[in-house]
Design a protein around this ligand. Sequence first.
Ligand SMILES: Cc1ncc(C[n+]2csc(CCOP(=O)(O)OP(=O)(O)O)c2C)c(N)n1
Ligand SMILES: [Mg+2]
Length: 355
Amino acid sequence: MAKTPTPRSGARAKATAASADHNRVRPDVPTDYVASKEELLEFYRQMVLIRRFEEKAGQLYGLGLIGGFCHLYIGQEAVAVGIQSALEPGKDSVITGYRDHGHMLAYGIDPNVIMAELTGREAGISRGKGGSMHMFSVEHKFFGGHGIVGAQVSLGAGLAFSHKYRGDGGVCVAYFGDGAANQGQVYESFNMAELWKLPIIFVIENNQYAMGTSVNRSSAEDQLYRRGESFRIPGIQVNGMDVLAVRGATEEALKWVKAGNGPILLEMKTYRYRGHSMSDPAKYRSREEVQAMREKSDPIEGVKKHLLAAEVGEDEMKAIDQEIRKIVNASADFAETSPEPDLAELYTDVLVEQY
Ligand SMILES: Cc1ncc(C[n+]2csc(CCOP(=O)(O)OP(=O)(O)O)c2C)c(N)n1
Ligand SMILES: [Mg+2]
């Protein structure tokens, strides 16, 4: 029997499935993940790593050491950490847009090679030729890093098709923004993914703005978890500022997809503290709005409360903070001192063919 999920108090998540004639079981309303003390510490460590790394990237950009675009993930840390921690690196595949440093760090990719990519060095993960927006790690099945808004969603459907075709048991997670959620190809991909029951989790990182345009100003249906309804793709709305809610919803989504039900959509309600990119004058929102979000919903402060409840002392957290500072400083030193790619690299990884 199909079950009508009703959000439970404290669950902060809504699940929906399209009309009752679907004759299929719906995903359960997810509950917050119950993390062990070790897991909580790891969530804290990873979120602090992303935050400090991004702050450092912002500084290096200001010093002119990073060229091109640079989009920071500060404020959204709980999304990548909560989701990536539930995946199997090397088996599940991940694809995202240009705001991609946090996802890579949450997947355990070496901060040195990410920072070196930002400064355009040979040791960078894309050999210094991709920069902030175009980072790849085939070894980790991390397929970028894409600058064309929404394009990664269709590529993600392709990755999910490959999991199904090969029968390798992997799931694709395709992340995209609230702005990307209005792109046409997203819906073509939804249709095919559901028709072919592809193993894919579509994750909308609703940080409430697409450059300077708020989601309410640009979206006729601003409850983005409902965007899959006409394709019979169930959606869950999640507090993306709470790593335990994110992880809990991801567990539910993985269960749904791995049972062969096809795609599911997670809307992560989150917020970016910094501008869209490094060159954003941020005239579309007030300082007070950003400040209120930081004070009330900061994901790192949130996990700290859980750690204190688990009797982890402030000094243990401070020790982690110091360890992270060292890692991030070392990555900046590495990125500043390692050599630039050889000129001959201009001619590698270039597709030249006649058709
Ligand atoms: C196809 C396409 N259209 C427009 C742009 C310009 N553009 C770059 S980022 C962006 C906003 C996207 O916002 P959202 O999807 O919410 O992601 P966020 O930056 O908030 O992570 C736009 C319109 C682009 N890169 N590609
Ligand atoms: Mg956005």
